[in-house]
Ligand binder design. Structure first.
Ligand code: AMP
Length: 231
């Protein structure tokens, strides 16, 4: 499996990636996670990326492309990968095509996760992450159960909110998606790679939709409507 999950912030790319990892045994490659890791370690790259991330802007292409090149050359990516949050603009998509041609591992499909704007806001503003185990909860739709919820989380979960999930930054992230990432929809459609999945539904239904879209290669109904965010 060599796919891109394309979708607005909060469309569920991370959650679905994790299910796909379990089902297909290929790694999730999330540029957001790689960048957050660099920020928390205080590396030079992390320090460079932090301001853009906190403001909901894109980190510069050279930094992200350097990171993705290193990651896709690791042995585990030879059997496949799920790209989550990359590419985010046309320049990144073109660089990815070149890189994958060099590696001899072209993309099989690009799955656009189509989500209603109101649902998106709820997902983003409600998202909380357990500081101990990294599990993702949502205060509206999937609040954490009474502790313990994980093997290492015996105390009451310490839930943190990503700085870029604060309401003022969410607006900027959605604007960046509209302006820079949405042009990837016609780009991948023209390459015949685009599949569209209705991502408003519950996690399992969306997962089945992705599996079907990836396997059948059939275009979803939204393919003709432009897709991305509705509402
Ligand atoms: P995510 O976890 O995918 O929502 O990414 C969080 C933040 O990391 C984004 O708002 C950007 O600041 C940065 N980021 C993640 N992926 C990329 C990318 N492909 N290009 C540029 N910036 C990115």
């Amino acid at each position: 499996m060599r796919i891109v999950l394309l979708g607005a912030p909060g469309s569920g790319k991370g959650t679905q990636s994790q299910l796909l990892v379990k089902a297909h045994g290929v790694p999730q490659v999330s540029t957001g996670d790689l960048l957050r890791n660099a920020v928390s370690k205080g590396t030079e790259l992390g320090l460079r990326a932090k301001a853009a991330m906190d403001g909901g802007k894109l980190v510069d292409d050279a930094t992200v492309l350097g990171m993705i090149r290193e990651r896709l050359k690791l042995a585990d990516a030879a059997k496949g990968f799920i790209l989550d949050g990359f590419p985010r603009n046309i320049a990144q998509a073109e660089a990815l095509q070149t890189l994958l041609a060099e590696l001899g591992t072209p993309l099989e499909s690009v799955v656009l996760m189509n989500v209603d704007l109101k649902i998106l806001f709820k997902r983003l503003t409600g998202r909380r992450i357990c500081q101990d185990c990294g599990r993702v909860f949502n205060v509206y739709t999937s609040p954490p159960p009474s502790p313990p919820h994980g093997a290492n989380c015996v105390a009451a979960p310490k839930l943190i909110q990503r700085p870029d999930d604060k309401e003022d930054v969410i607006g900027e992230r959605l604007a960046v998606f509209e302006a820079l990432t949405k042009p990837l929809i016609p780009y991948y459609r023209s390459l015949g790679l685009l599949r569209i999945v209705d991502a408003d539904a519950d996690v399992d239904t969306v997962f089945k939709g992705i599996e079907t879209a990836v396997q059948s290669g059939a275009l979803g109904a939204g393919a003709r409507s432009g897709g991305g965010i509705r509402g």
